[in-house]
Ligand binder design. Structure first.
Ligand code: SAH
Ligand code: SF4
Ligand code: F3S
Length: 445
C-alpha cells in the first residue's frame, strides 16, 4: 500500500561545495525517500535537516557551524527535529561536530551515506549516530534504484571518487579517500535510466575524473572509452566531465575531444599556479611548461575548446615573482572561465606547517588575478556574438517569456521564446553579450 501523505516526513537538504556533493545530495534524498522522507525547500517545518558539507577552505567549514547555530530555535519548537551533517566536514571533523554542536543527531561521511536509513533508525531510538568509515562495499550498489520521476535535462553522474595525488594544500584525499572508479556497466545503466527520464546532457563527475579506470568488458576502461560508449546512447545529446588533472589527460581523451561529437568543447583543467617552484612545493608533479604544451595539444584536437581553470594565490612562500609567473601563464592560455582562491590553511595538510603569506598580500593578488580572468572571460563571451550556437534549454528566465539554456561552451544563453519546452535543444543566433550571459534569437528548426 502506498504511504499516506500524513505519514510523510519532510527532509530539508542544504548542499555546499562541489558538484559531487550535489550528486550525493540527490542520492541521499532518494535513500531517505525510501524511509518516508520527502524533500522540502525550507528548514522551517522540516522533520529532518541534513547539511551536505565542504571542507576545502576554512570559510567553507566555518559556515557549517554558523548554519547549525541557526537551527537552535527550530529544535526548541520541534524537539523531534533531527539534524544531520554529511559530506567532507563530517568526514574531517565528525567527533568535533558532535562536541561543538550538541544539536547534531547524526554525522555521516561521504563514503558511508548508503547506511543513512540504519543511522536514522538509531537516531529515532534516541541515540546519536556517527559513521565516517570508508567501508569496503560499493555504496552505489547499496543505494536504492534511482526513482522513475521525470528529470531536468542536465544531470550529474559520479563515475570516480577520491584522490591519490595529495597536493600539499588539499583535504580531498583525506575526506573522500583513495581513488575508486565505478564499473562502466553500472555507469552506462545509470546513464540510460537518466536519458529515459528526459536527461539530454550528462556531466561525468570525479575528483580526478580523467584518472578514471573502470573494470569493464575487455579490461580496464579509460574515461575516453567510457565517453565513447556513452555517446552510443540514443537521446543523450551532450557529454561533459569534471574535474580533470593535467597529468591524467591521456592521448585517447585528447583525441575524443577532436572526434567525439557529443563531447562538448569545454574543459576544466586546474593548474593552481604558473610558478614551477610553487608547483613543486604544491606537489603537483607538472610544470607550467608541460601544462602549456598539453593545452596546445588539446587545442590542436579541438581548436574552439573553451578552457577553465582553478588558481590558488598566496600559497606558502609565494613571492611576487611566483605570482607574476601565474599571471603570465593565464595570459598565455586565455581562459574562458576560472575559479580562484586565496590559499586557506587546512589542518593536517603539509602546507599548513609552512611560512604563510600575509593576508593583505593574498587579497591584493586575488584581485589582480580576478581582474585578468574576468577580462578573458568577457572576451571569450563577446567572441560568440554573431555566431550560431546550439543551446540546451534548462529553465524559464527571470523575465516573462524568456527561456535560459547552456551553449556547448557552457555559456548561459537567453532567448525570448515563451512556448519553448524545457529540454529543447535548438540553434540560436547570438545577438548580444551581457555581463554574465549571452542573448540570442531562436532559429527555426
Ligand atoms: N580535484 C580537483 C579540484 C579539487 S578542489 C583538482 O585537482 O583540480 C577545487 C579547487 O579548490 C582546487 O582546484 C583548488 O584550486 C582549490 N583548493 C583546494 N584546496 C585549497 C586550499 N587549501 N586553499 C585554497 N584553495 C584550495
Ligand atoms: Fe586535491 Fe590535488 Fe587531489 Fe585535486 S588532485 S583533489 S587538488 S589533492
Ligand atoms: Fe568540498 Fe569535499 Fe567537494 S571538500 S570541494 S565537497 S570533495
Amino acid at each position: 500500500m502506498a504511504e499516506s501523505k500524513a505519514n510523510t516526513k519532510k527532509l530539508y537538504i542544504k548542499t555546499y561545495g562541489c558538484q559531487m556533493n550535489v550528486y550525493d545530495s540527490e542520492r541521499m534524498a532518494e535513500a531517505l525517500g525510501a524511509s518516508g522522507y520527502e524533500q522540502t525547500q525550507s528548514p522551517e517545518g522540516a522533520d529532518m535537516i541534513l547539511l551536505n558539507t565542504c571542507h576545502i577552505r576554512e570559510k567553507a567549514a566555518e559556515k557549517i557551524y554558523s548554519e547549525l547555530g541557526r537551527y537552535k530555535g527550530l529544535k526548541a519548537e520541534n524537539p523531534a527535529l533531527k539534524i544531520g551533517v554529511a559530506g567532507c566536514v563530517a568526514q574531517a571533523e565528525g567527533q568535533e561536530i558532535m562536541r561543538r554542536q550538541p544539536l547534531v543527531d547524526l554525522v555521516v561521511g561521504p563514503q558511508a551515506y548508503h547506511r543513512l536509513p540504519d543511522l536514522l533508525a538509531r537516531v529515532n531510538a534516541g541515540k546519536k549516530a556517527l559513521d565516517t568509515d570508508f567501508p569496503p562495499e560499493d555504496k552505489f550498489e547499496h543505494l536504492p534504484v534511482r526513482p522513475q520521476a521525470k528529470r531536468r535535462p542536465a544531470a550529474f553522474l559520479t563515475v570516480q571518487e577520491g584522490c591519490d595525488k595529495f597536493c600539499a594544500f588539499c583535504v580531498v584525499p583525506y575526506t573522500r579517500g583513495a581513488e575508486v572508479s565505478r564499473p562502466p556497466a553500472r555507469i552506462l545503466a545509470e546513464a540510460r535510466a537518466l536519458v529515459a527520464r528526459g536527461v539530454r546532457e550528462i556531466t561525468l563527475l570525479g575528483q580526478n575524473v580523467n584518472a578514471y579506470h573502470g573494470a569493464g568488458a575487455g579490461g580496464d576502461w579509460s574515461l575516453a572509452r567510457l565517453i565513447r560508449a556513452l555517446s552510443e546512447i540514443d537521446g543523450l545529446a551532450r557529454i561533459r566531465f569534471t574535474t580533470s588533472h593535467p597529468n591524467d589527460m591521456g592521448d585517447d581523451l585528447i583525441a575524443a575531444h577532436g572526434d567525439c561529437e557529443k563531447l562538448m568543447p569545454y574543459l576544466h583543467l586546474p593548474v593552481q599556479s604558473g610558478s614551477d617552484r610553487i608547483l613543486k612545493r604544491m606537489n603537483r608533479s607538472h610544470t607550467a611548461e608541460s601544462y602549456l604544451k598539453l593545452i596546445e595539444r588539446i587545442r590542436a584536437a579541438r581548436p574552439d575548446i573553451l578552457l577553465s581553470g582553478d588558481f590558488i594565490v598566496g600559497f606558502p612562500e609565494e613571492t611576487d615573482a611566483d605570482f607574476q609567473a601565474t599571471m603570465d601563464l593565464i595570459r598565455a592560455v586565455g581562459y574562458g572561465q576560472a575559479y580562484s582562491f586565496k590559499y586557506s590553511t587546512r589542518p593536517g595538510t603539509p602546507a599548513a606547517e609552512r611560512d604563510q603569506v600575509d593576508e593583505a598580500v593574498k587579497t591584493e593578488r586575488l584581485h589582480t588575478l580576478q581582474a585578468l580572468i574576468s577580462t578573458q572571460q568577457r572576451a571569450a563571451q563577446d567572441r560568440m556574438v554573431g555566431k550560431t550556437v546550439s543551446v540546451l534549454f534548462e529553465r524559464a528566465g527571470r523575465e516573462a517569456g524568456q527561456m535560459v539554456g547552456k551553449s556547448e561552451h557552457l555559456h548561459a544563453v537567453h532567448v525570448d521564446a515563451p512556448d519553448l519546452p524545457v529540454g529543447s535543444l535548438r540553434k540560436v543566433k547570438i545577438i548580444a553579450s551581457n555581463s554574465n550571459s549571452l542573448a540570442g534569437v531562436l532559429l527555426p528548426e
